[in-house]
Design a protein around this ligand. Structure first.
Ligand SMILES: [Zn+2]
Length: 464
């Protein structure tokens, strides 16, 4: 029998409203006991891990990750991307279909499934494309994608501009009981914008990506969710107006949801003007981010640093507040990274020409703890629910809980651990993170997938 006993940790399972110092036993890859029973049920051979003073929670889920395999393995592979996930505390991820070729047919789903089973450090779920080759013109074979095992469909990186085509996609998705995840971007409004349209884009002479370019598609999606009754999930929401639209739509009971990425609720577009201007704005406004890092040497970076270029872009302090508010009141019920690795040589060009996207799997938990828990906006249990029950519910995964009999996927983290993110120590194949050298608070120390240690912080629990 294969078993692991975690002793003395603070076990938090939002799905069961459980929060208590407790032991947890995993047997043959499943949660088999919790509380007083756990130690009693453990056998002589059971491996023990002392996790006192650490939080033990259901394995975290990140439903928005770019693994880049097949086709772009210079940026990331299934092996390196899932290793980064494990290091960040994630036991399950959903990979986006904008690979090369795109995941728009059952053969590619099977290929990724096979490779993930072979090389994946964590569970890999797959999002299929909505349209063939993510071109936004012709629907992909949604039924056959579902049969091949996708958990959702998305044209992420792109956005279907034809509203009638999107309506048909939603009708098909509803027939096959699949949520549709949408990267909300109106091409006519955004054109070739590279950063948020506002004061800083003007000051820096960069082309603007207006908030309305996102809000327009969020509004479209609420209308189509109402017409079709299909579930639309709006990805990486960046603008205050989008949060408002989603809040109203959810109040009316529409089948719609939203997600937030840590960079959008931590940083603002002032970062593209360089660290000096960014920190000056933060200290003037006395933000929670400034309070969190004020005792450390403030991280510095130059203006036009392409590691601050992502799609949708960083926006204003008011937008950042609105995203935080959306996560707090449950309008944006899910937190995810939009982990988007790119090679150095691709990012080391003028801001206009650099690809959009940053890595995020290893910094996501810390930023979320800093901006939501340490700043007293959410309890630990509430924060954990955004990474567990909420994504599991959307995608109908049998995950995200420590119920007896559930898969033995467990994340162990220290919410108070202070550390500095060093891009040279990342498990990802890419280093395009704006957070190199940042003082962070909160860190995963062990990630357990189906009862097996997918990753353990060497300094902490090794040899226990
Ligand atoms: Zn996207």
């Amino acid at each position: 029998m294969d078993s692991l006993l975690l002793t003395g940790g603070r076990v938090i399972d939002p799905a069961n409203r459980f929060d208590s110092v407790s032991d947890l036993l995993i047997t043959n890859g499943k949660i088999s006991a919790i509380g007083h029973d756990a130690a009693k049920k453990a056998s002589q051979e059971t491996e023990r891990m002392d996790v006192s003073r650490l939080v033990v929670c259901p394995g975290l889920i990140d439903l928005h990750v770019h693994l880049r395999e097949p086709g772009q393995t210079a940026k990331e592979t299934i092996a390196t991307g899932t290793a980064a996930a494990a290091r960040g505390g994630f036991t399950s991820i959903v990979c986006m279909p904008n690979t090369s070729p795109a995941i728009d047919n059952s053969g590619t789903v099977a290929l990724i499934g096979e490779r993930a089973a072979q090389h994946g450090a964590v569970n890999v779920y797959i999002a299929g494309a909505i349209t063939k080759n993510i071109a936004g013109e012709e629907l992909a074979p949604i039924g056959s994608l579902k049969r091949a095992g996708v958990v959702a469909i998305s044209d992420d990186g792109h956005c279907i501009q034809n509203n009638e085509l999107m309506r048909r996609a939603l009708e098909y998705a509803k027939m096959f009981d699949l949520p549709v995840m949408d990267h909300c971007q109106d091409y006519a409004l955004v054109t070739d914008g590279v950063m948020h349209e506002g004061y800083w884009s003007t000051a820096l002479g960069l082309r603007g990506w207006p908030a309305a370019g996102e809000e327009m598609i969020v509004a479209r999606n609420t209308l189509l969710a109402e017409v079709t009754g299909a579930h639309v999930h709006c990805q990486h929401i960046s603008a205050a107006g989008s949060v408002r639209l989603l809040r109203e739509a959810k109040k009316r009971g529409l089948p719609i949801s939203g997600e937030a990425c840590p960079h959008h609720f931590t940083l603002t577009d002032a970062a593209i003007a360089g660290s000096e201007k960014f920190w000056r704005e933060e200290s003037k406004a006395n933000t929670s981010l400034h309070a969190a890092v004020a005792n450390h040497q403030l991280p510095s970076w130059p203006a036009y640093d392409t590691n601050f270029k992502m799609n949708p872009p960083l926006r204003t302090a008011a937008d950042r507040d609105a995203i935080l508010e959306g996560v707090i009141d449950g309008t944006l019920e899910i937190i995810c990274s939009d982990h988007a690795p790119h090679c150095d040589y691709e990012k080391e060009v003028e801001f206009d020409y650099a690809p959009f996207g940053i890595t995020g799997l290893e910094t996501e938990l810390a930023l979320s703890l800093m901006q939501l828990y340490h700043s007293r906006r959410l309890s630990l249990s509430e924060l954990i629910s955004r990474f567990t029950v909420a994504p599991a519910r959307l995608l109908r995964l049998q995950k995200g809980t420590l119920s007896i009999g559930a898969d033995g996927d467990v994340t162990i983290f220290d919410p108070a651990r202070e550390w500095v993110f060093d891009k040279s120590a990342t498990a990802s194949k890419s280093v395009n993170s704006p957070l190199h050298g940042w003082p962070l608070k909160g860190k995963a120390v062990a990630t357990i997938v189906k009862g097996k240690k997918a990753w353990v912080e060497q300094t902490d629990l090794a040899g226990v």
